[in-house]
Design a protein around this ligand. Structure first.
Ligand SMILES: [Zn+2]
Length: 436
């Protein structure tokens, strides 16, 4: 039996016949092209997919993608929200306002580049002039949708309708797109002195999104380094988290580390199997350290006695290289898929994720690999912190960040902070989790 559409339904957007033709064209692209959950992926395409995040996770879906298709709509997802709700851009791009756009009503199109677009429908108000360039998270308009209101189009109740369009004009489910292009996960900050309440990190430069994540503290300023679509960005608490490109390109995977060495900010990433180092003192020129054979999932960096140490995963083992030996990369013998590092006095300590369990190895014990008792770790992310002698480990499982302390026998507790990758720092005794 066919269900009645919910009261706040779109009323059905017009089916775009052009996009149907484009869909047919896409269907004859030939071997290699495949459709994954409605997202057309072309192997070897030169165009990078834009980084998109989900700004509406706090609202309930009142009509799903399938619900739209069942109504004869070309596609979309509806989120229930009161009229006048601020609508953040789901990704960077150029804004185009289309007033009274038929059934869609007032429509904002965000042109993300390379032909990718997002559209928000049934708005009550536009916020920006045409051709304004926005970062992710910038408010582009106010929601609407009340029946009969100006700009509502055919909508019969307050809500936001969101869909994406690919370069061929095919309708794309944004939630499926985000799932297939995880470069766009938004970064949240949670502080231990606020009960780990996680707040999205965004400022005038838009939301901070990351596939790889590293954080440092420079004289009380919290700095986030994020890799997104192969580029590395910097956002600082002292400038309202304005997210700026460092100009560093080519960073691969989730391997990203950062270091504060006497005020010099250093970023470590993996490019083509080699660890690269960029410094704020050299204008973020990304230089090949010569450390080769490195995986793209995880690296860590610490400083001790003015020497920089980088830990990377080579062939399933943690390797150590330091600036005082010309970055010669030596096998510690510690197996693992991800690594975090801290210093405790003059001892270097590694925390390694291997097969869902966390191990500890210390330089003053010949890197002897000891199980902490922490197991059941689901993600591939590990972070660690030395807080006045207390050793702390952060891992992820089931899309939550867990914390274990050497003071509680490494009991691994759910912080309640959501995320599948995490980084940590301390500031004035407060622990801060950054998760995406
Ligand atoms: Zn809709």
């Amino acid at each position: 039996m066919r269900q009645k559409p919910p009261i706040d339904s779109c009323g059905g957007e017009p089916v775009d016949t052009l996009s149907r033709r484009a869909l047919l064209r896409a269907g004859v692209l030939g071997a290699g092209a495949m459709s994954v959950g409605g997202v057309l992926t072309l192997p070897g395409t030169a165009h990078a997919a834009p980084a998109i995040y989900h700004p509406f996770g706090g609202y309930s879906i009142t009509c799903s993608w399938e619900c739209h298709l069942a109504r004869g709509s070309a596609g979309g997802v509806d989120f229930g929200m009161g009229v006048g709700t601020a609508l953040p851009a789901c990704g960077a791009g150029t804004v185009q306002n289309i007033a009274y756009n038929g059934n869609a009503g007032h429509t904002v199109t965000i042109h993300h580049g390379e032909g990718w677009r997002s559209q928000y429908l049934h708005l009550s108000q536009f916020s920006l002039a045409n051709n304004t360039y926005v970062g992710a998270g910038t408010i582009v308009g106010l929601s609407g949708g009340a029946a009969g209101a100006p700009g509502s189009g055919s909508s019969t109740g307050p809500h936001l309708h969101w869909h994406m369009l690919d370069p061929n004009g095919n309708y794309v489910n944004p939630l499926v797109y985000i799932g297939s292009n995880p470069g766009g996960r938004q970064v949240y900050e949670a502080a231990s002195n606020a009960g780990w309440r996680a707040l999205p990190v965004s400022g005038s430069g838009g939301a901070v999104m990351a596939s790889g994540l590293a954080v440092i503290n420079v004289s009380g300023t919290k700095i986030i380094y994020s890799s997104n679509g192969g580029q590395i960005f910097e956002a600082a608490s002292s400038t309202g988290w304005r997210n700026m490109s460092t100009g560093i390109q080519g960073a691969q995977g989730t391997a990203l580390a950062a270091l504060n060495l006497n005020g010099e900010k250093l970023i470590y990433s993996v490019v083509g199997g080699y660890v690269h180092e960029a410094s704020s003192n050299n204008g973020w020129r990304n230089l090949n350290s010569g450390i080769g054979g490195v995986g793209t999932s995880s690296i860590a960096a610490i400083a001790l006695g003015g020497v920089k140490y980088v830990y990377s995963i080579v062939g399933g083992y943690v390797h150590e290289a330091h600036s005082a030996n010309g970055w010669r990369n030596l096998n510690t013998g510690v197996p693992g898929q991800a690594v975090a590092a801290i210093t405790l006095g003059t001892t270097k300590i590694l925390y390694v994720l291997n097969g869902g369990s966390v191990y500890e190895a210390a330089s003053n014990a010949g890197w002897a690999n000891v199980w902490t008792g922490i197991s059941g770790v689901g993600g591939g992310s590990i972070a660690a912190l030395n807080l006045a002698g207390e050793k702390l480990i952060y891992t992820t499982s089931g899309n939550y960040v867990f914390e274990a302390s050497s003071y509680n026998g490494w009991r691994n507790l759910n912080s309640g902070v959501r995320g599948s990758t995490a980084a940590v720092l301390s500031n004035g005794g407060v622990k801060l989790i950054y998760a995406a």
